[in-house]
Design a protein around this ligand. Structure first.
Ligand code: FEO
Length: 169
């Protein structure tokens, strides 16, 4: 059974995962407008991954005897200066999410909530991957600049697919 403070914190995190997806969809729309369909596709997949994260929290709160209360998801930004600017913001955001996950782990430890701590460890690992994928693309975008190589990178990113995991991990 979740204590009220943990339940509230997990509900807040559902909102932030959904907001992350909302922001990445907005980034996808920006790229589509720029004619960069591969980048747009990559971001749409990233948004789908965030919806999966939100659903994982949603299912856990229900299973752990808590009550899910969905919150208002704020409007995301719409404009960026360049592809590099977008991925820098994505990296900054993922670092913020990592710190939110770490705070949730601290709270679970404070309440001796071993089940929630165990559940959160999946996200601890996931955030390492999330930061790494944005970090890698920031590095690549710094290398390619705005020239023809951006077109090549666009093709590479267009190959990303997201498959909703079939079973619980
Ligand atoms: Fe759900 Fe990108 O962290």
């Amino acid at each position: 059974m979740l204590c009220k403070e943990m339940e509230q914190a997990l509900n807040d995190q559902i909102k932030w995962e959904l907001w992350s997806g909302y922001m990445y969809l907005s980034m996808s729309a920006y790229f589509d407008d720029q004619g960069l369909s591969g980048f747009a596709q990559w971001m749409k997949n990233q948004a789908a991954e965030e919806l999966f994260h939100a659903t994982k929290f949603f299912d856990y709160v229900n299973e752990a005897g808590g009550r899910v209360k969905l919150q208002t998801v704020e409007e995301p930004p719409h404009e960026w200066e360049s592809a590099l600017d977008v991925f820098k913001e994505g990296l900054k955001h993922e670092r913020k999410v990592t710190s939110m996950i770490n705070d949730l782990v601290d709270l679970a430890i404070k309440h001796k909530d071993h089940a929630t701590n165990n559940f959160l460890q999946w996200f601890v690992g996931e955030q390492v991957e999330e930061e790494a994928s944005f970090d890698e693309l920031v590095g690549k975008l710094k290398l390619v600049g705005d020239g023809g190589a951006l077109y090549m990178l666009d093709k590479e990113l267009g190959a990303r697919v997201f498959t909703w995991p079939a079973e619980k991990e």
